[in-house]
Design a protein around this ligand. Structure first.
Ligand code: IMP
Length: 525
Protein backbone atom coordinates (compact mmCIF):
# COMPACT_ATOMS: atom_id res chain seq x y z
CA UNK A 1 0.00 0.00 0.00
CA UNK A 2 1.28 3.53 -0.82
CA UNK A 3 0.69 6.64 1.27
CA UNK A 4 0.16 10.00 -0.44
CA UNK A 5 3.35 12.03 -0.35
CA UNK A 6 5.62 8.99 -0.16
CA UNK A 7 7.99 7.81 -2.78
CA UNK A 8 5.85 5.58 -5.00
CA UNK A 9 8.48 2.84 -4.87
CA UNK A 10 7.99 2.41 -1.04
CA UNK A 11 5.36 -0.13 -0.11
CA UNK A 12 3.73 -0.25 3.30
CA UNK A 13 2.06 -3.03 5.21
CA UNK A 14 -1.66 -2.97 5.79
CA UNK A 15 -2.20 -0.94 9.05
CA UNK A 16 -4.89 -3.40 10.12
CA UNK A 17 -2.23 -6.10 10.45
CA UNK A 18 0.04 -4.13 12.84
CA UNK A 19 -0.63 -6.23 15.96
CA UNK A 20 -0.48 -9.52 14.10
CA UNK A 21 2.75 -8.47 12.39
CA UNK A 22 4.30 -7.44 15.71
CA UNK A 23 3.55 -10.71 17.42
CA UNK A 24 4.62 -12.85 14.46
CA UNK A 25 7.74 -11.11 13.19
CA UNK A 26 9.14 -8.81 15.88
CA UNK A 27 10.71 -9.48 19.27
CA UNK A 28 8.74 -7.83 22.10
CA UNK A 29 9.88 -4.45 23.41
CA UNK A 30 11.90 -4.42 26.65
CA UNK A 31 12.94 -7.40 28.73
CA UNK A 32 11.14 -9.92 30.90
CA UNK A 33 11.62 -9.62 34.68
CA UNK A 34 13.85 -12.67 34.58
CA UNK A 35 16.02 -11.19 31.82
CA UNK A 36 16.43 -7.80 33.45
CA UNK A 37 17.23 -9.32 36.85
CA UNK A 38 19.77 -11.73 35.42
CA UNK A 39 21.77 -9.20 33.40
CA UNK A 40 25.20 -10.03 34.78
CA UNK A 41 26.52 -6.50 34.53
CA UNK A 42 23.84 -4.81 36.61
CA UNK A 43 25.05 -6.09 39.99
CA UNK A 44 21.63 -5.70 41.58
CA UNK A 45 18.83 -3.26 40.83
CA UNK A 46 17.05 -0.74 43.02
CA UNK A 47 13.51 0.43 42.26
CA UNK A 48 14.88 3.51 40.48
CA UNK A 49 17.12 1.47 38.17
CA UNK A 50 14.32 0.13 35.96
CA UNK A 51 10.80 0.83 34.76
CA UNK A 52 7.80 -1.20 33.69
CA UNK A 53 6.62 -0.64 30.13
CA UNK A 54 2.95 0.33 29.70
CA UNK A 55 0.40 -2.15 28.37
CA UNK A 56 -3.07 -1.87 26.84
CA UNK A 57 -5.92 -0.21 28.76
CA UNK A 58 -9.48 -1.45 28.34
CA UNK A 59 -10.94 -0.88 31.84
CA UNK A 60 -11.15 1.99 34.38
CA UNK A 61 -8.74 2.14 37.37
CA UNK A 62 -11.63 1.67 39.79
CA UNK A 63 -11.95 -1.91 38.50
CA UNK A 64 -8.42 -2.81 39.58
CA UNK A 65 -8.47 -5.25 42.52
CA UNK A 66 -5.63 -4.84 45.04
CA UNK A 67 -6.41 -7.91 47.13
CA UNK A 68 -3.27 -9.78 48.18
CA UNK A 69 -2.27 -12.78 50.30
CA UNK A 70 0.33 -11.41 52.74
CA UNK A 71 0.93 -14.57 54.79
CA UNK A 72 0.07 -18.21 54.22
CA UNK A 73 -3.45 -17.66 55.61
CA UNK A 74 -4.18 -13.93 55.55
CA UNK A 75 -5.50 -11.93 52.61
CA UNK A 76 -5.68 -8.11 52.69
CA UNK A 77 -7.75 -5.83 50.48
CA UNK A 78 -4.81 -3.44 50.10
CA UNK A 79 -1.14 -4.52 50.08
CA UNK A 80 0.09 -1.99 52.65
CA UNK A 81 1.84 -2.51 55.99
CA UNK A 82 3.33 0.02 58.40
CA UNK A 83 6.76 -0.65 59.92
CA UNK A 84 7.28 -1.72 63.53
CA UNK A 85 9.05 1.50 64.49
CA UNK A 86 8.36 3.70 67.49
CA UNK A 87 7.83 6.75 65.29
CA UNK A 88 5.48 4.89 62.92
CA UNK A 89 3.19 2.26 64.44
CA UNK A 90 1.35 2.38 67.75
CA UNK A 91 -2.40 2.00 68.44
CA UNK A 92 -3.68 4.80 66.24
CA UNK A 93 -1.65 3.82 63.17
CA UNK A 94 -2.50 0.12 63.60
CA UNK A 95 -6.24 0.84 63.88
CA UNK A 96 -6.31 3.11 60.86
CA UNK A 97 -4.11 0.89 58.68
CA UNK A 98 -6.51 -1.98 59.37
CA UNK A 99 -9.58 0.17 58.73
CA UNK A 100 -8.15 1.15 55.35
CA UNK A 101 -7.48 -2.44 54.28
CA UNK A 102 -3.83 -2.86 55.30
CA UNK A 103 -2.19 -3.81 58.58
CA UNK A 104 0.03 -2.00 61.08
CA UNK A 105 2.86 -3.76 62.91
CA UNK A 106 3.12 -2.45 66.48
CA UNK A 107 6.74 -1.85 67.54
CA UNK A 108 8.35 -3.45 70.59
CA UNK A 109 10.57 -0.63 71.80
CA UNK A 110 8.48 -0.48 74.99
CA UNK A 111 7.56 -2.79 77.86
CA UNK A 112 5.68 -5.98 77.00
CA UNK A 113 2.66 -4.70 78.97
CA UNK A 114 2.58 -1.48 76.99
CA UNK A 115 2.80 -3.36 73.72
CA UNK A 116 0.08 -5.82 74.77
CA UNK A 117 -2.13 -2.88 75.73
CA UNK A 118 -1.73 -1.42 72.25
CA UNK A 119 -2.68 -4.76 70.67
CA UNK A 120 -5.71 -5.00 72.97
CA UNK A 121 -6.90 -1.54 71.93
CA UNK A 122 -6.67 -2.44 68.24
CA UNK A 123 -8.59 -5.68 68.81
CA UNK A 124 -11.25 -3.91 70.89
CA UNK A 125 -11.66 -1.06 68.47
CA UNK A 126 -15.08 -0.51 67.05
CA UNK A 127 -15.53 2.21 64.55
CA UNK A 128 -16.89 5.24 66.38
CA UNK A 129 -15.51 4.46 69.83
CA UNK A 130 -12.33 6.30 70.86
CA UNK A 131 -10.13 3.53 72.34
CA UNK A 132 -7.61 5.69 74.21
CA UNK A 133 -9.11 9.07 75.09
CA UNK A 134 -6.91 11.58 76.88
CA UNK A 135 -7.91 11.68 80.58
CA UNK A 136 -7.01 13.97 83.50
CA UNK A 137 -7.32 13.65 87.29
CA UNK A 138 -9.54 15.81 89.54
CA UNK A 139 -6.35 17.53 90.72
CA UNK A 140 -5.37 18.81 87.31
CA UNK A 141 -6.29 22.42 86.61
CA UNK A 142 -8.35 24.41 84.13
CA UNK A 143 -5.02 25.46 82.59
CA UNK A 144 -4.30 21.80 81.73
CA UNK A 145 -7.57 21.57 79.77
CA UNK A 146 -6.70 24.77 77.88
CA UNK A 147 -3.31 23.27 77.00
CA UNK A 148 -4.97 20.15 75.57
CA UNK A 149 -7.45 22.30 73.66
CA UNK A 150 -4.59 24.35 72.16
CA UNK A 151 -2.62 21.23 71.19
CA UNK A 152 -5.30 18.79 70.03
CA UNK A 153 -8.31 21.01 69.41
CA UNK A 154 -10.79 19.40 71.82
CA UNK A 155 -11.76 20.00 75.41
CA UNK A 156 -14.18 17.19 76.34
CA UNK A 157 -11.99 15.31 78.80
CA UNK A 158 -12.98 12.41 81.08
CA UNK A 159 -11.72 12.73 84.66
CA UNK A 160 -10.56 9.46 86.20
CA UNK A 161 -9.02 8.62 89.58
CA UNK A 162 -5.48 8.31 88.21
CA UNK A 163 -5.87 10.24 84.96
CA UNK A 164 -5.72 7.10 82.82
CA UNK A 165 -8.00 4.66 81.04
CA UNK A 166 -9.24 1.65 83.06
CA UNK A 167 -9.43 3.84 86.20
CA UNK A 168 -12.63 4.90 88.07
CA UNK A 169 -14.58 7.50 86.07
CA UNK A 170 -15.30 10.51 88.33
CA UNK A 171 -16.56 13.19 85.96
CA UNK A 172 -16.12 14.94 82.65
CA UNK A 173 -14.94 18.42 81.75
CA UNK A 174 -16.31 20.02 78.60
CA UNK A 175 -15.84 23.41 76.95
CA UNK A 176 -18.95 24.68 78.71
CA UNK A 177 -17.53 23.90 82.17
CA UNK A 178 -14.49 26.10 81.69
CA UNK A 179 -15.63 28.63 79.08
CA UNK A 180 -16.03 31.61 81.42
CA UNK A 181 -13.70 30.41 84.12
CA UNK A 182 -11.03 33.06 84.46
CA UNK A 183 -8.97 31.48 87.22
CA UNK A 184 -6.89 28.88 85.36
CA UNK A 185 -5.49 27.47 88.60
CA UNK A 186 -8.90 26.10 89.68
CA UNK A 187 -8.82 22.34 90.19
CA UNK A 188 -10.95 20.26 87.83
CA UNK A 189 -12.78 18.62 90.75
CA UNK A 190 -14.40 22.04 91.33
CA UNK A 191 -15.64 22.52 87.76
CA UNK A 192 -16.21 19.03 86.32
CA UNK A 193 -19.67 17.66 85.57
CA UNK A 194 -20.41 14.72 87.85
CA UNK A 195 -23.99 14.14 86.76
CA UNK A 196 -22.91 11.65 84.08
CA UNK A 197 -24.70 9.77 81.36
CA UNK A 198 -22.65 6.66 80.59
CA UNK A 199 -23.02 3.43 78.63
CA UNK A 200 -21.69 0.03 79.65
CA UNK A 201 -18.95 -2.01 77.99
CA UNK A 202 -20.40 -4.26 75.30
CA UNK A 203 -22.89 -1.64 74.11
CA UNK A 204 -23.19 -1.61 70.33
CA UNK A 205 -22.34 1.50 68.38
CA UNK A 206 -25.97 1.85 67.39
CA UNK A 207 -27.21 1.68 71.00
CA UNK A 208 -24.49 4.07 72.16
CA UNK A 209 -25.39 6.52 69.42
CA UNK A 210 -29.01 6.39 70.53
CA UNK A 211 -28.02 7.20 74.14
CA UNK A 212 -25.81 10.05 72.92
CA UNK A 213 -28.64 11.49 70.84
CA UNK A 214 -31.27 11.36 73.55
CA UNK A 215 -28.93 12.63 76.28
CA UNK A 216 -28.02 15.64 74.16
CA UNK A 217 -24.44 15.44 75.51
CA UNK A 218 -21.30 15.91 73.44
CA UNK A 219 -19.47 12.85 74.83
CA UNK A 220 -20.57 9.45 76.08
CA UNK A 221 -18.09 7.65 78.39
CA UNK A 222 -18.21 3.83 78.20
CA UNK A 223 -17.49 2.11 81.54
CA UNK A 224 -17.00 -1.48 82.70
CA UNK A 225 -18.77 -3.23 85.56
CA UNK A 226 -16.33 -1.64 88.07
CA UNK A 227 -17.17 1.86 86.84
CA UNK A 228 -13.80 2.25 85.11
CA UNK A 229 -13.54 4.17 81.85
CA UNK A 230 -12.89 1.86 78.85
CA UNK A 231 -13.56 4.15 75.89
CA UNK A 232 -15.41 7.26 74.78
CA UNK A 233 -17.94 8.10 72.10
CA UNK A 234 -18.00 11.58 70.65
CA UNK A 235 -20.91 13.34 68.96
CA UNK A 236 -18.58 14.97 66.43
CA UNK A 237 -17.29 11.52 65.33
CA UNK A 238 -20.83 10.26 65.12
CA UNK A 239 -21.61 12.98 62.61
CA UNK A 240 -18.74 11.85 60.41
CA UNK A 241 -20.45 8.46 60.08
CA UNK A 242 -17.38 6.81 58.61
CA UNK A 243 -17.57 3.55 56.78
CA UNK A 244 -14.64 1.27 55.97
CA UNK A 245 -15.53 -1.35 53.36
CA UNK A 246 -11.91 -2.46 52.95
CA UNK A 247 -11.23 -3.06 56.66
CA UNK A 248 -8.89 -5.97 57.47
CA UNK A 249 -10.59 -8.36 59.88
CA UNK A 250 -9.32 -11.40 61.80
CA UNK A 251 -9.92 -14.84 60.34
CA UNK A 252 -12.30 -15.97 63.07
CA UNK A 253 -13.89 -12.76 64.39
CA UNK A 254 -15.11 -9.40 63.27
CA UNK A 255 -12.25 -7.64 65.04
CA UNK A 256 -9.59 -5.61 63.26
CA UNK A 257 -6.48 -7.49 62.24
CA UNK A 258 -3.42 -6.72 64.35
CA UNK A 259 0.28 -7.46 63.92
CA UNK A 260 3.15 -6.80 66.32
CA UNK A 261 6.91 -7.27 66.33
CA UNK A 262 8.99 -9.20 68.86
CA UNK A 263 12.64 -10.20 69.10
CA UNK A 264 14.12 -13.67 69.41
CA UNK A 265 15.50 -13.60 72.97
CA UNK A 266 14.15 -16.04 75.55
CA UNK A 267 12.11 -13.31 77.30
CA UNK A 268 10.45 -12.45 73.98
CA UNK A 269 8.48 -15.71 74.43
CA UNK A 270 6.90 -14.19 77.55
CA UNK A 271 6.23 -10.97 75.66
CA UNK A 272 4.62 -12.89 72.81
CA UNK A 273 2.33 -14.77 75.20
CA UNK A 274 1.02 -11.41 76.46
CA UNK A 275 0.44 -10.23 72.89
CA UNK A 276 -1.39 -13.45 72.02
CA UNK A 277 -3.55 -13.06 75.16
CA UNK A 278 -4.42 -9.57 73.88
CA UNK A 279 -5.60 -11.08 70.57
CA UNK A 280 -2.59 -10.82 68.23
CA UNK A 281 -3.05 -12.23 64.69
CA UNK A 282 0.41 -11.83 63.10
CA UNK A 283 3.83 -11.82 64.74
CA UNK A 284 6.77 -10.22 62.97
CA UNK A 285 10.16 -11.56 64.08
CA UNK A 286 12.17 -8.39 64.11
CA UNK A 287 15.85 -8.98 63.35
CA UNK A 288 18.09 -6.92 61.11
CA UNK A 289 19.60 -10.24 59.85
CA UNK A 290 16.90 -12.88 60.11
CA UNK A 291 18.75 -16.03 59.08
CA UNK A 292 19.89 -17.09 62.54
CA UNK A 293 19.53 -20.06 64.80
CA UNK A 294 17.66 -17.76 67.25
CA UNK A 295 14.97 -16.96 64.70
CA UNK A 296 14.65 -20.57 63.60
CA UNK A 297 14.20 -21.70 67.21
CA UNK A 298 11.65 -18.93 67.80
CA UNK A 299 9.65 -20.00 64.71
CA UNK A 300 9.63 -23.60 65.92
CA UNK A 301 8.57 -22.51 69.41
CA UNK A 302 5.70 -20.41 68.01
CA UNK A 303 4.44 -23.16 65.72
CA UNK A 304 4.58 -25.69 68.56
CA UNK A 305 2.84 -23.39 71.06
CA UNK A 306 0.26 -21.62 68.90
CA UNK A 307 -0.15 -23.84 65.85
CA UNK A 308 -1.93 -22.10 63.00
CA UNK A 309 -3.64 -19.50 65.19
CA UNK A 310 -0.72 -17.11 64.78
CA UNK A 311 0.91 -16.19 61.46
CA UNK A 312 4.68 -15.63 61.48
CA UNK A 313 6.49 -13.12 59.29
CA UNK A 314 10.20 -13.91 59.52
CA UNK A 315 13.18 -11.82 58.39
CA UNK A 316 14.81 -9.59 57.45
CA UNK A 317 16.58 -11.31 54.60
CA UNK A 318 17.85 -10.57 51.08
CA UNK A 319 19.02 -13.92 49.63
CA UNK A 320 17.35 -17.18 48.61
CA UNK A 321 19.67 -19.09 50.94
CA UNK A 322 18.39 -17.09 53.91
CA UNK A 323 14.83 -17.60 52.66
CA UNK A 324 15.30 -21.36 52.46
CA UNK A 325 16.29 -21.55 56.17
CA UNK A 326 13.25 -19.60 57.31
CA UNK A 327 10.78 -21.35 54.99
CA UNK A 328 12.05 -24.69 56.22
CA UNK A 329 11.63 -23.61 59.85
CA UNK A 330 7.95 -22.79 59.21
CA UNK A 331 7.69 -19.06 58.36
CA UNK A 332 4.29 -18.00 56.95
CA UNK A 333 5.78 -15.00 55.12
CA UNK A 334 9.19 -13.41 54.61
CA UNK A 335 10.18 -9.81 55.26
CA UNK A 336 12.72 -8.75 52.66
CA UNK A 337 15.08 -5.78 52.89
CA UNK A 338 18.45 -5.08 54.44
CA UNK A 339 19.98 -1.67 54.15
CA UNK A 340 17.16 -0.27 52.01
CA UNK A 341 15.37 1.75 54.70
CA UNK A 342 15.36 5.53 54.37
CA UNK A 343 16.93 5.91 57.83
CA UNK A 344 19.49 3.12 57.37
CA UNK A 345 23.20 3.91 57.42
CA UNK A 346 24.61 0.39 57.07
CA UNK A 347 25.94 -1.13 53.88
CA UNK A 348 25.25 -4.82 54.51
CA UNK A 349 22.17 -4.86 52.31
CA UNK A 350 21.42 -5.74 48.73
CA UNK A 351 19.68 -3.51 46.17
CA UNK A 352 16.02 -3.91 47.08
CA UNK A 353 14.61 -4.64 43.60
CA UNK A 354 16.90 -7.64 43.16
CA UNK A 355 16.37 -8.88 46.73
CA UNK A 356 12.57 -8.76 46.33
CA UNK A 357 12.64 -10.47 42.92
CA UNK A 358 15.08 -13.24 43.83
CA UNK A 359 13.33 -14.18 47.06
CA UNK A 360 9.77 -13.87 45.70
CA UNK A 361 10.64 -16.05 42.73
CA UNK A 362 12.00 -18.71 45.08
CA UNK A 363 9.44 -18.42 47.92
CA UNK A 364 6.40 -18.59 45.64
CA UNK A 365 7.34 -22.18 44.78
CA UNK A 366 6.53 -22.98 48.43
CA UNK A 367 3.46 -20.73 48.63
CA UNK A 368 5.21 -18.26 50.95
CA UNK A 369 4.45 -14.56 50.39
CA UNK A 370 7.09 -11.83 50.52
CA UNK A 371 6.81 -8.42 52.18
CA UNK A 372 9.04 -5.78 50.54
CA UNK A 373 10.32 -3.74 53.48
CA UNK A 374 12.03 -0.37 53.21
CA UNK A 375 12.96 2.08 50.50
CA UNK A 376 9.39 2.79 49.37
CA UNK A 377 9.22 6.48 48.52
CA UNK A 378 6.27 6.72 46.14
CA UNK A 379 3.53 4.85 44.26
CA UNK A 380 6.01 3.92 41.51
CA UNK A 381 8.16 2.04 44.03
CA UNK A 382 5.09 0.25 45.40
CA UNK A 383 4.11 -0.85 41.89
CA UNK A 384 7.62 -2.10 41.14
CA UNK A 385 7.92 -4.03 44.42
CA UNK A 386 4.61 -5.79 43.71
CA UNK A 387 5.56 -6.45 40.08
CA UNK A 388 8.80 -8.07 41.25
CA UNK A 389 6.74 -10.53 43.27
CA UNK A 390 6.11 -8.93 46.67
CA UNK A 391 2.65 -9.46 48.16
CA UNK A 392 2.77 -6.28 50.23
CA UNK A 393 5.01 -3.32 50.90
CA UNK A 394 6.08 -2.26 54.37
CA UNK A 395 6.53 1.47 54.81
CA UNK A 396 8.24 3.50 57.52
CA UNK A 397 9.23 6.93 56.28
CA UNK A 398 6.26 7.24 53.92
CA UNK A 399 3.79 6.89 56.82
CA UNK A 400 5.84 8.80 59.41
CA UNK A 401 4.72 12.39 59.82
CA UNK A 402 1.05 11.49 59.47
CA UNK A 403 -1.54 12.36 62.12
CA UNK A 404 -1.68 8.67 63.16
CA UNK A 405 2.08 8.19 63.68
CA UNK A 406 3.30 8.56 67.29
CA UNK A 407 4.80 11.86 68.44
CA UNK A 408 3.91 15.52 68.36
CA UNK A 409 4.29 17.92 65.49
CA UNK A 410 6.79 20.77 65.80
CA UNK A 411 7.80 23.66 63.59
CA UNK A 412 11.21 24.25 62.02
CA UNK A 413 11.91 26.92 59.39
CA UNK A 414 8.16 27.35 58.92
CA UNK A 415 7.61 23.63 58.17
CA UNK A 416 5.35 21.42 60.30
CA UNK A 417 7.38 18.30 61.12
CA UNK A 418 7.32 15.06 63.11
CA UNK A 419 10.22 13.00 64.32
CA UNK A 420 11.19 9.86 62.34
CA UNK A 421 14.05 7.70 63.50
CA UNK A 422 15.67 4.39 62.66
CA UNK A 423 15.26 1.70 65.29
CA UNK A 424 19.05 1.27 65.12
CA UNK A 425 19.65 4.95 65.88
CA UNK A 426 21.27 5.81 69.20
CA UNK A 427 18.15 7.87 69.94
CA UNK A 428 15.81 4.83 69.66
CA UNK A 429 18.16 2.49 71.48
CA UNK A 430 18.25 4.78 74.48
CA UNK A 431 14.48 5.00 74.76
CA UNK A 432 12.78 4.20 78.03
CA UNK A 433 15.40 1.74 79.24
CA UNK A 434 14.54 2.55 82.84
CA UNK A 435 11.01 1.13 82.72
CA UNK A 436 11.39 -1.67 80.24
CA UNK A 437 11.29 -5.41 80.98
CA UNK A 438 15.01 -5.64 80.37
CA UNK A 439 17.85 -3.19 80.78
CA UNK A 440 18.18 -3.02 76.99
CA UNK A 441 15.77 -1.45 74.51
CA UNK A 442 14.25 -3.65 71.79
CA UNK A 443 15.95 -1.41 69.26
CA UNK A 444 19.32 -2.15 70.83
CA UNK A 445 18.58 -5.87 70.65
CA UNK A 446 17.53 -5.76 67.02
CA UNK A 447 20.71 -4.10 65.93
CA UNK A 448 23.31 -5.37 68.43
CA UNK A 449 24.24 -8.47 70.30
CA UNK A 450 24.67 -8.19 74.07
CA UNK A 451 28.35 -8.84 73.58
CA UNK A 452 28.91 -5.67 71.59
CA UNK A 453 30.97 -3.45 73.85
CA UNK A 454 30.67 -0.42 71.62
CA UNK A 455 27.34 0.35 70.01
CA UNK A 456 27.58 1.78 66.49
CA UNK A 457 24.45 3.38 65.13
CA UNK A 458 22.84 1.57 62.19
CA UNK A 459 20.20 4.20 61.70
CA UNK A 460 19.66 7.91 62.06
CA UNK A 461 17.07 10.14 63.70
CA UNK A 462 15.54 13.05 61.83
CA UNK A 463 12.21 14.60 60.96
CA UNK A 464 9.70 14.34 58.12
CA UNK A 465 7.09 16.83 56.96
CA UNK A 466 3.46 16.67 58.00
CA UNK A 467 1.52 14.43 55.58
CA UNK A 468 -1.92 14.86 57.12
CA UNK A 469 -4.04 11.85 58.04
CA UNK A 470 -3.53 8.37 56.60
CA UNK A 471 -7.30 8.37 56.10
CA UNK A 472 -6.53 10.56 53.09
CA UNK A 473 -2.99 9.39 52.35
CA UNK A 474 -3.69 5.63 52.09
CA UNK A 475 -6.69 6.15 49.74
CA UNK A 476 -4.32 8.30 47.64
CA UNK A 477 -1.83 5.38 47.53
CA UNK A 478 -4.66 2.97 46.65
CA UNK A 479 -5.86 5.14 43.81
CA UNK A 480 -2.29 5.74 42.57
CA UNK A 481 -1.62 2.00 42.53
CA UNK A 482 -4.87 1.30 40.68
CA UNK A 483 -3.86 3.84 38.02
CA UNK A 484 -0.39 2.30 37.75
CA UNK A 485 -1.83 -1.19 37.22
CA UNK A 486 -4.26 0.20 34.67
CA UNK A 487 -1.27 1.70 32.76
CA UNK A 488 0.42 -1.70 32.78
CA UNK A 489 -2.85 -3.21 31.53
CA UNK A 490 -3.67 -5.56 34.41
CA UNK A 491 -6.83 -5.66 36.50
CA UNK A 492 -5.45 -7.26 39.67
CA UNK A 493 -2.29 -8.02 41.59
CA UNK A 494 -2.76 -11.69 40.70
CA UNK A 495 -2.82 -10.86 36.99
CA UNK A 496 0.23 -8.63 37.52
CA UNK A 497 2.17 -11.56 39.01
CA UNK A 498 1.04 -14.01 36.35
CA UNK A 499 1.95 -11.73 33.46
CA UNK A 500 5.33 -10.82 34.96
CA UNK A 501 5.96 -14.56 35.36
CA UNK A 502 4.95 -15.36 31.77
CA UNK A 503 7.13 -12.55 30.41
CA UNK A 504 4.18 -10.60 28.95
CA UNK A 505 4.87 -7.58 31.17
CA UNK A 506 8.12 -5.98 30.05
CA UNK A 507 10.81 -4.04 31.89
CA UNK A 508 13.58 -1.70 30.84
CA UNK A 509 16.72 -0.38 32.52
CA UNK A 510 16.83 3.33 33.32
CA UNK A 511 20.09 5.18 32.85
CA UNK A 512 20.96 8.03 35.22
CA UNK A 513 19.84 10.43 32.46
CA UNK A 514 16.54 8.55 32.08
CA UNK A 515 15.94 8.95 35.82
CA UNK A 516 16.45 12.70 35.53
CA UNK A 517 14.14 12.81 32.49
CA UNK A 518 11.51 10.81 34.41
CA UNK A 519 11.56 13.23 37.35
CA UNK A 520 10.22 16.79 37.39
CA UNK A 521 12.73 18.92 35.49
CA UNK A 522 13.20 22.15 33.61
CA UNK A 523 11.13 24.27 35.98
CA UNK A 524 12.38 27.53 37.48
CA UNK A 525 10.77 26.69 40.84
P1 IMP B 1 11.58 3.19 55.01
O1 IMP B 1 10.17 2.83 54.67
O2 IMP B 1 12.45 3.35 53.80
O3 IMP B 1 11.65 4.39 55.91
O4 IMP B 1 12.20 1.93 55.79
C1 IMP B 1 11.57 1.35 56.92
C2 IMP B 1 12.29 0.08 57.28
O5 IMP B 1 13.66 0.34 57.62
C3 IMP B 1 11.76 -0.64 58.51
O6 IMP B 1 10.61 -1.41 58.25
C4 IMP B 1 12.96 -1.49 58.94
O7 IMP B 1 13.05 -2.71 58.25
C5 IMP B 1 14.15 -0.65 58.52
N1 IMP B 1 14.78 0.04 59.65
C6 IMP B 1 14.19 0.60 60.73
N2 IMP B 1 15.10 1.19 61.53
C7 IMP B 1 16.31 1.01 60.94
C8 IMP B 1 17.65 1.39 61.30
O8 IMP B 1 17.91 2.07 62.29
N3 IMP B 1 18.64 0.97 60.45
C9 IMP B 1 18.37 0.26 59.32
N4 IMP B 1 17.12 -0.10 58.93
C10 IMP B 1 16.10 0.26 59.74
Amino acid sequence: MNHPGNDSSTTFLDPKTASKYLSEYETPDGLSAEEIMNLRANGGLTYNDFLILPGHIDFPPSEVCLESRITRNIVLKTPFMSSPMDTVTETDMAINMALLGGVGVIHHNCSSDEQAEMVRKVKKFENGFIPDPLCLTPNHTVADVHKIKAKFGYSGIPITANGRLYSMLLGIVTARDIQFHEDHTTLLKDVMTTDLVVAHEGVTLEEANQILRSSKRGKLPIVNSRGELVSLLSRSDLLKNLNFPLASKSLHSNQLLCAAAVGTHPDDRVRLQKLVDAGLDIVVLDSSQGDSIYQIEMIKHIKKTYGDTLEIIAGNIVTREQAASLIEAGADALRVGMGSGSICITQEGRPQGTAVYKISEFAQKFGIPVIADGGIQNVGHITKALALGASAVMMGGLLAGTAESPGDYFYHDGQRLKKYRGMGSIDAMERNCNFRDSSESAAARRYFSERDAVKVAQGVAGAVVDKGSIRKFVPYLISGLQHALQDIGVKSLIQLKNEVGSGKIRFELRTAAAQVEGGVHGLYS
